[in-house]
Ligand binder design. Sequence first.
Ligand code: ADP
Ligand code: ZN
Length: 721
Amino acid sequence: MNRVRCLVLNAALGPLDYRVPEGMEVTAGSVVAAPLGPRTILAIVWDPERLPGADVPAEKLRPLREVMPVRPLTAPLRRLIEWTADYYCAPLAAVARMALSSGGALKGPAITVEYRLSGGTPERMTPQRQQAIEALEGEQATIRELSGLAGVSEGVLRGLVNQGVLEPVEVDIDRPYSLARADHTVVDLSPAQQEAAALFQDAVKEGGFTPFLLDGVTGSGKTETYFEPVAEALGLGRQVLVLLPEIALTEAFLKRFEDRFGAPPVVWHSSLKSTERRRAWRAVAAGTAQVVVGARSALFLPFAKLGLIVVDEAHEISFKQDDGVRYNARDVAVMRAAFEKLPVILASATPALESLAMAEAGTYRKVDLPSRFGGAELPSIATIDLTREKPGRGAWLAEPLVGAIEERLDRGEQSLLFLNRRGYAPLTLCRNCGFRFQCPNCSAWLVEHRFSGRLACHHCGHETRPPEACPECGETDCLVACGPGVERIADEVAERLPDARVFVATSDTLNSPGRAAEFVAQVESGAVDVIVGTQLVTKGFHFPELTLVGVVDADLGLEGGDLRAAERTYQQIAQVAGRAGRGQKPGEVLIQTRHPDAPVIAALADGDRDAFYEAETEARRMAGAPPFGRWAAIIVSSEEESDARDAAHRIGRARPEDQDIAIYGPAPAPLSLLRGRYRFRLLIHARRSVQLQDIIRAWLGKLDHPAGVRVGVDIDPYSFV
Ligand code: ADP
Ligand code: ZN
């Protein structure tokens, strides 16, 4: 039969049938170019029985144009794409597009040209040329990417090419990666690590779907332990995928990996250069990329012979994608392992309640590392009651905390202050008229960043210079910063302890692998006394001289639109506490709070994890919250407020009648304006047994909305903003 059903990569279109022309060979999974009207679109040949389509008569079928020179997507990956689309109520095409995430890679092998500085100087220096030359030191990329990096136009760079200041370099897309070797170094594992590693290794050897929950305290050596099954897979010639929650963590991981295996792994994340993307994608598909470490999008890469998946810091909410296809990479990773019939290891010191419940139910196999490696003790934890130990006006650090930092300074040890707020102050207002600086595109305050001299929106990236005068009343010198951000805490430390060398560590300052590496080197060499950082520094880092962790405001996480606020607070503080005392010297953690008796804070101070999980489990059971019940959200947005509101109400009126589900809303979302779009939300709360996705599909499927209205479904939502 020379007729095929295709999934075309356009979410607005259904499946389409095509004719396979004489001499063309395709199978299920083949990536093809197909005609659509006058255009050519990308499509994937799909299993017809799994993708019902219209029965177009054979003589009306148009022929496929071309088969792309890449391997067909494997059946397990096609099943994963189907499952993800089905479970998260997302268009199949949108999920499939994540698997074909490097358009260039589909064109086949190639030599491309990149440019780099030659060391020469232009005949005439202009400010723009100067800027480009300074910015492009050590960079090599296409003209377009270099233009983005340097912040100058492509025309300016072409001028520099003509003058020989930028020189072309030919790049072979398929040049091989250096080989990692299972036995590059041998690590002595502790008995507990050995026992865990042996379980994982056996699972890799035997193959078959085995989900593990590796539950190990901070500093127990989870990485060393899961490196053993990675070695096993390497020895068997199978590929490994390691998912990390944050690109910033990659640098430290790469170093450890290279020490252990003699070559760095292949990196995958959304800000890779196009040529690197293309190279990585092709090597993954060819089976020559041995180990891929990546952000959540690596999950849909077309591995040829995957043997193991690891999700490190598996509890992290950054595995949850909150726009486009709203999926949780942790859960999709488990599904990928199920379809590929592989072991998957979820590693965490503070597993999500859902993961623990799966372990308790016997679905996941739980493996414990209950103590720190090398006999290091877990830090002692105490609270500072801010209602009694009030910091002075305009200050945020209570005396006992300042005293503790001072002690570390005297002893030549390091301290880390944790506050999950970038910038200097979260709100700027006019003392004279009360005007508050708000983002024009979002219902959010602009955050002052003193280092860069900007007011910035953390949602859409809008930036502006702080004006001399209030834009409302025209008064000068009347703008005041409200509340603390990390930069302000750093100022406070500098004021109180003028000798301290302070480093502010956030995504603003550690925004490239180079800068992250520099930060690590500075702390390791003892050139930093106090780190002030956001959640970015709460995990992955191992600084033996760091003996004090101060949590500036433990109550912060308990506010806001997070459905799992208590759990997140627990995880975040336990995680940052885990940075203290990882070497020979004991660690101390001081938690500033106005609610020392809140169950989550008390459990942290008592070091009683079980008590926290029990209390939280009970609270969730009472509320019918996950894992005891199910949640979903429907988010309706449009650039026209009335369109969004009308659509949300139309959806609300069409709500299904079902005793097992409760529907709340529609209501304006807490972030009612985001990136120029007005947003309304509905929340659905259901019993566990309910086929929620079927209900939502049937409900939304029968409604039409005007152009410009987007209706998104968020299954198992994390955030409620
Ligand atoms: P976790 O991820 O569980 O917090 P890490 O994997 O970062 O812990 O390990 C903590 C520290 O202990 C790291 O510096 C690591 O290199 C070291 N370590 C752990 N296990 C071993 C081992 N078997 N041999 C040598 N060093 C180890
Ligand atoms: Zn904004």
